[in-house]
Design a protein around this ligand. Structure first.
Ligand code: ADP
Ligand code: ADP
Ligand code: ZN
Ligand code: ZN
Length: 742
């Protein structure tokens, strides 16, 4: 056996057609192929799963139970694997204590630096940890945020006290609290609040503060804000549902007043290095912070400085220089999360690992893609094997070799149709090669807008008081480098104009939902069977009377084994077909209901004639999902596939002209499928809808009726409107360069 190779023989997971493949270790391989061809089945379900499984096997059973579970792939032989690190787009944990600094370990170095050379000298580095009682701010327990009263919401400044200016519960006309407060003689009860003096308003809200700053407050009375905080926020009691509702209505979460969002206690906040506190550094953009750290001259901490600087420079190099270390990871996008995870591994000194990436260019402007490919090469050059599932030709071009899976999707794919360097791929006869060859700009006359909606003075995140018009009834593409403010502007649009967001979040996390239950085709299919059999339709639903009684319609049963991995086995009663024997006795056009679930959407279009069914299937096919099986649980779909299922549903539904906002709908799409997606977007526009998409894909940008280009850089260096208008007129921006306009 050749130890320089990863050896795969007879791989058969999902649609793989007994794949044999040798991959040289220590190289960078890109897996290409149309959507649904089997790339993930080979890379994730076969290679990663087996590598993960083999590593788990080396641990004793009680530890194995705590490790991620890997389903063993179907294959004759898998050899030459190493421990695997999968870097996907799953967002980083939902924990408010995890920040860009903590997940990249940059914060650990920074703490070390402050504990060694900070003045006044404080000692141990956990005194700078906001996740440790020794360092955390006592007011917010290290979260940096505190719930604060939103006086704008509970006071109606246009009204008088007598007339119900206080909107808090218990203050409605004639209520106990209402009469108590309106009776305070010092207050001008018949004057609208907005005409009160500053002092009077302070007296109404904050008794203690009034006493400290101005003098004795009206007697027998407690400031409204003080009262609310005492009753609702500082109570030790369990919070009842009605109290929680009041809290949600009248408060907002704001910066902790004690630590100003720095998360640390007063002692830690006071320590300085080079005149700055650690909290100040946490708010600086990583790119600037790197320069500052590099200037630290104290020789005793040279190794810490070097390690920290390297980490920060790596973040900057892959287009994350605009983030700050204090940023909560829960607020990062999928693409940003993926890049953060990559940085973490660059710092690792382990070698000969197997790194697997899932579309690392997601969320990256063509301008930033080069930095990402550089990072992949550095990982390889450290002695690792890097496998990448990717559609972007720029990544294929730097790979040592390309493996194309195909030629088509589902049963029409699952084979290796090409293996070799990029230059050879360009001369090959495969769907990827053809798509690469036929890429030509398709200029088009922009459609005429029916009107416009305006977002005025947008200041969310880094937006610099932006005012833009979004034309209605056309396709608008929002462009700019990562971090320039595209999502922030889209969020403003959604908030102010109530748009329908079609994102990549999982669709109904229930394993019983399938593409056809979600898009509403399941009902007409059951009706067909009801008509043919004379039975009620519910007898053909695996979620109702039609469900196999032993597996409740899931097709599998789960067995818990005390010390070993729990196991899923195919249900013996129905053989995995999910339905009762009764349901399976009836056929339509020779197919049982289980056979129908097993059809791909494309096959079903050939087999099923019913117009209501065909219409829904066609929508799924149009968005490039023809390879999915009708009964495939939605829980098995990728983010991009989820987004396309949602688009398909929207094609059926929204009747009134609506505003749609999509975030990178080309995620996971092969060049060939992008044409279909563009047709779908055109259909939405043709029906009178307004479509706004955030996109980096040049083919989509070229098809836009209207372009909004933000930048020029990321974070502080972005947030400006560089251009709005037809694509053809764009000049002098990173997007213009990528389009070849300059
Ligand atoms: P790609 O990564 O190239 O888009 P996949 O490997 O995800 O393709 O899918 C290949 C085929 O296997 C498709 O027909 C897909 O519907 C099917 N498939 C993928 N995952 C599952 C699963 N968990 N259960 C059933 N079918 C699946
Ligand atoms: P894009 O969509 O163009 O990549 P974003 O709108 O996501 O850009 O980000 C613009 C800027 O706002 C960046 O500096 C980003 O770090 C910052 N930002 C985005 N979301 C948040 C958030 N929830 N909290 C703080 N800063 C944010
Ligand atoms: Zn605090
Ligand atoms: Zn069963």
């Amino acid at each position: 056996m050749n130890e320089r190779m990863i050896r795969i023989r007879g791989a058969r997971s999902n649609n793989l057609d007994s794949v044999d493949l040798d991959l040289p270790r220590g190289t960078l391989t890109v897996f290409a192929g149309v959507s649904g061809s089997g790339k993930s089945s080979l890379v994730f379900d076969t290679i990663a799963a087996e590598a993960g499984h083999q590593v788990n096997e080396t641990y004793p059973p009680f530890l194995r139970n705590r490790l991620p579970k890997w389903t063993r792939p179907e294959a004759d032989e898998l050899a030459g694997l190493s421990p695997v690190v999968v870097i996907d787009q799953r967002r980083l944990g939902g924990n408010a204590r995890s920040t860009v600094g903590t997940v990249t370990d940059a914060w650990t170095y920074l703490r070390l630096l402050y504990s060694r050379i900070g003045t006044p000298h404080l000692g141990e580095s956990n005194r700078f940890s906001f996740n440790d009682p020794a360092g955390m701010c006592p007011a917010c327990s290290g979260l940096g945020e505190a719930v604060e009263l939103d006086t704008g919401r509970f006071l109606d400044a246009g009204r008088t006290l007598a007339d119900g200016a206080i909107l808090l519960p218990g203050f409605v006309d004639g209520g106990y609290w209402h009469s108590k407060y309106t009776a305070v003689e010092a207050f001008p009860a018949d004057v609208p609040l907005r005409e009160w003096s500053e002092d009077e308003r302070l007296a109404l809200l904050r008794t203690e503060e009034y006493a400290a700053r101005i003098g004795r407050p009206p007697a027998g009375y407690e400031g409204l804000a003080d009262w609310f905080e005492r009753i609702y926020l500082r109570t030790a009691d369990d919070i009842s549902a009605h109290k929680q509702k009041a809290i949600d209505t009248f408060t907002r979460s704001g910066t902790c007043p004690e630590c100003g969002g720095e998360r640390l206690n007063a002692e830690a906040r006071a320590v300085r290095v080079g005149g700055r506190t650690i909290g100040e550094l946490a708010l600086m953009e990583v790119a600037e912070l790197a320069d500052l750290i590099a200037a630290v001259e104290d020789r005793t901490v040279a190794p810490v400085v070097a390690a920290l600087e390297e980490r920060l420079r790596a973040m900057d190099a892959i287009g994350l220089g605009y983030l700050h270390l204090g940023r909560a990871t829960t607020s990062l996008s999928g693409g940003e999360s993926q890049r953060i995870k990559t940085v973490k591994h660059l710092g690792s000194s382990l070698i000969e690992l197997l790194y697997i990436f899932d579309e690392p260019t997601v969320g990256l402007h063509p301008h930033d893609v080069e930095a990402m490919t550089g990072l992949l090469r550095r990982l390889r050059d450290k002695g690792n094997t890097v496998l990448v599932v990717e559609h972007d030709p720029a990544v294929m071009a730097v790979a040592d070799q390309i493996v194309e899976i195909g030629p088509d999707a589902g049963a029409g794919g699952g084979r290796v149709v090409f293996q070799g360097p990029y230059a050879d791929l360009l001369r090959a006869d495969t769907p990827t090669a053809k798509a690469l060859a036929s890429r030509a700009p398709v200029p088009r006359e922009p459609r005429r807008a029916t009107g416009a909606v305006t977002v005025a003075h947008a200041r969310r995140n880094n937006l610099r008081d932006l005012t833009v018009d979004v034309p209605t009834g056309v396709l608008t593409v929002l462009t700019g480098v990562a971090g320039s403010g595209k999502s922030s502007l889209a969020a403003e649009l959604v908030d102010r104009h109530g748009a329908i967001t079609v994102d990549q979040r999982p669709v109904g996390a229930n394993r019983r939902s399938t593409p056809i239950t979600y898009t509403g085709i399941a009902a007409p299919i059951r009706k067909l069977f009801a008509k043919a059999s004379g039975l009620p339709a519910k007898y053909f639903s695996a979620n109702s009377e039609g469900a196999c009684p032993d597996c409740k319609g899931l097709g599998v049963v789960h067995t818990d084994l005390a010390f070993m991995d729990g196991q899923e086995t195919v249900c013996e009663t129905c053989g995995g077909r999910r339905f009762t024997g009764e349901a399976l006795r009836h056929r339509v056009d020779g197919l049982t209901i289980a056979d129908v679930d097993d059809l791909t959407i494309t096959d079903a279009l050939d087999r099923l004639a019913d117009p209501a069914i065909r219409k829904g299937l066609r929508d799924l096919d149009r968005v490039g999902l023809g390879y999915l099986r009708l009964g495939q649980p939605l829980t098995t779909l990728s983010g991009g596939e989820c987004q396309r299922v949602k688009i398909a549903r929207e094609l059926r539904e929204a009747a009134d002209p609506s505003l749609y906002v999509l975030d990178e709908p080309t995620t996971g799409l092969h060049l060939r499928d992008i044409e279909n997606l563009l047709e779908v977007l055109d259909r939405l526009v043709d029906r009178g809808h307004t479509v706004v998409v955030i996109e980096h894909h040049l083919d989509v940008i070229r098809q836009a009726d209207h372009l909004i280009d933000l930048g020029p850089g990321a974070g502080r260096h972005g947030g400006r409107l560089l251009y709005e208008g037809p694509v053809a007129g764009l000049r002098g921006t990173p997007t213009a360069t990528a389009l070849g306009h300059d």
